[in-house]
Design a protein around this ligand. Structure first.
Ligand code: DC
Length: 230
C-alpha cells in the first residue's frame, strides 16, 4: 500500500480532455505509445458501467438503480498491450460499449455523483500502475489537477460528427451524419452542463484544435510540446 502510494506520487500523468469525437482516444493511445506510458480511456469505464447496469435491468436515468447495480459489479484492472484495461464481472467489454445506445445512456450515468466518485478513485489508483496518458473530460480539472501536462483537444462540430459517424460502422451501426451531429450536441450539453465535474477547460491546459489535422499531426504536436520544443 505504502509502495503503491509512493509509486503513484512518482509516476507521471499526462491528461488529455475534450468533447466527444475530438480525436482524444486515438491521439492519447499514440502519445502513450510514443512516450512508453500506459494509455487510459476513462470514458470506457463510464461506458462499461452504463452497459452493465442496463444489462442488469436498470434504467440509466434512475441514479439510485445505477448506484446499487454498480455496488454489485466486480471491476478488475490489468495492464496489457500498453493500456490499463478492465473486466466487469469477468468480461472485458469492447464493441458492445461503443454503440449509439450506450453512448446515449452513458451521459446520464456519468452525471451521477456516486458513479463519478467511484470512477475517479479507480482512475487515481491507476497512477500506481505506471506512467499514464489518461483521456476523458475531467482528468486535468478533477482527477489529476496536478498532472504533469494537460491538453484540451477540440474540433468543429461538423468534423466531430464525421469522425463519430465513421466510428459507428465497425460497431455495425449506420446513422445519418446530421443525426449523429444532433446526438453529439445533446451529449456535449449534458457533459458540459452537469453539476459534478463538467467538461471544461483547465486554466493550465494547452488547447489543440484538431480540425483539418491528421491524427499523426496532432500526436506530433503534443509530443513536440512535451519535449519543450513545440
Ligand atoms: O469519451 P467517451 O465518449 O467514451 O465518454 C463516454 C461518456 O463518459 C461521455 O458521456 C462523457 C463521459 N465521461 C466523463 O464524464 N468523464 C470522463 N473522464 C470520461 C468520460
Amino acid at each position: 500500500m505504502i509502495f503503491e502510494r509512493l509509486a503513484a506520487m512518482l509516476n507521471k500523468v499526462i491528461a488529455i480532455d475534450g468533447p466527444s469525437a475530438s480525436g482524444k482516444s486515438t491521439v492519447a493511445r499514440k502519445v502513450a505509445a510514443g512516450l512508453g506510458y500506459q494509455y487510459v480511456d476513462s470514458g470506457a469505464l463510464y461506458r462499461g458501467i452504463a452497459w452493465k447496469a442496463a444489462g442488469m435491468g436498470c434504467d440509466p436515468a434512475k441514479s439510485a438503480e445505477v448506484v446499487a447495480a454498480m455496488g454489485r459489479m466486480k471491476v478488475y484492472f490489468f495492464v496489457e498491450a500498453g493500456a490499463v484495461r478492465y473486466r466487469i464481472d469477468g468480461i472485458e467489454p469492447r464493441a458492445e460499449i461503443r454503440t449509439e445506445r450506450v453512448s446515449e445512456q452513458v451521459s446520464w450515468v456519468a452525471a451521477i455523483p456516486e458513479v463519478r466518485a467511484q470512477v475517479t478513485q479507480w482512475l487515481r489508483n491507476m497512477a500506481g500502475l505506471g506512467d499514464l496518458v489518461m483521456e476523458g473530460r475531467d482528468i486535468g480539472t478533477v482527477v489529476f489537477p496536478e498532472a504533469d501536462a494537460k491538453f484540451y483537444l477540440d474540433a468543429s462540430p461538423e468534423e466531430r460528427a464525421r469522425r463519430r459517424h465513421a466510428e459507428l460502422k465497425p460497431a455495425g451501426e449506420t446513422a445519418d451524419v446530421n443525426r449523429v451531429m444532433d446526438s453529439l450536441k445533446t451529449r456535449d450539453q449534458r457533459d458540459s452542463g452537469r453539476k459534478t465535474a463538467p467538461l471544461k477547460l483547465a486554466p493550465d491546459a494547452q488547447v489543440v484544435d484538431t480540425t483539418g489535422l491528421s491524427i499523426d499531426q496532432v500526436v506530433e504536436q503534443i509530443l513536440r510540446r512535451l519535449r519543450g520544443n513545440g
